[in-house]
Design a protein. Sequence first.
Length: 107
Amino acid sequence: MNFNDYLLLFCGMGAVTYLPRTLPLLYLAHKKLPQWLVDWLALIPVSILSALLAPLLFCENAGRTLQLGKPEFLVAIPTLAFALKTKSLGGTVLLGMALYWLAGYVL
């Protein structure tokens, strides 16, 4: 590949990466969205995080069988309770890491 091919590849990757993000932002920047849509969009990060964490917390790796006694799940319960009570992101992360380390050491 020569320099022009690399330049074209670089520009194409940039366009494919940023156009799907920029076009809706530019189009919707000055429009008033319905409240139901704003509420629905606010739930997307929570649903993505749940989809990423649920298999880790509840399932065994190989067969995707439900297992509630995993150390990750046992650590997640007090960490969730702490997060709901204090609303502290830093404290929740530190507590979760400490409990996970302790569970790995004890179990």
